[in-house]
Design a protein. Structure first.
Length: 184
């Protein structure tokens, strides 16, 4: 299983990650250049890969988990993978010497103002050309007419029965329905 946050964009095929040895949790190591952060080998949860059938999950009640629960729990089976699989935007200004944008497979739009659908150039660092280029790349993919996800609601014949039902509703109870494109 590969977990990706909703504010991540995959630029190249990462299927080869399914071929990594089983029994480990693979994740990109977090950046620890912030003074307040620990120097431990923690991972960034925006991207991680695991084989759930190989991981023993706790059955007892754990109460409120500490902030670093996942890092503590998976410490013995965590294997770091390169930041090309979860480039955090802050790496562009904190460690530009380690970044080759042509080699990035997965970008994580997690910095303040960086999410392409609500990009805010007035936020700190968002006026950078590399950030603007990545946001433009996101929009180029989103607006690519050769992809079949953008206008799927317009043609009812393309909708599955559940999506056709949802498309005809504005809300369910107190929840407003906003259809998202298929990830397929």
């Amino acid at each position: 299983m590969i977990y990706l946050d909703g504010d991540i964009q995959v630029f190249s095929n990462i299927d080869h990650l399914f071929d990594t040895p089983r029994g480990y949790l693979y994740a990109v190591k977090d950046c620890f250049c912030e003074i307040s952060w620990s120097k431990t080998p923690q991972f960034k949860i925006g991207y991680c890969q695991q084989c759930p059938e190989k991981v023993t999950w706790p059955v007892e009640s754990l109460g409120s988990p500490p902030p670093d629960f996942l890092n503590e729990y998976f410490t013995d089976i965590y294997k770091p993978i390169p930041s090309t699989y979860n480039l955090v935007m802050a790496m562009l200004w904190r460690h530009p010497e380690h970044i080759d944008l042509d080699q990035i497979s997965v970008i994580h739009y997690c910095a303040n103002g960086s999410k392409p659908w609500r990009f805010d150039e007035t936020e700190e660092h968002m006026d950078r050309e590399d950030i603007k280029m990545l946001v433009k790349k996101w929009w180029d993919i989103y607006e690519d007419s050769s992809l079949d996800y953008k206008n799927f609601v317009e043609t009812e014949s393309k909708l599955s029965p559940i999506n056709a039902t949802l498309a005809s509703k504005e809300s369910v109870g107190d929840v407003l329905i906003s259809l998202a494109p298929s990830a397929a």
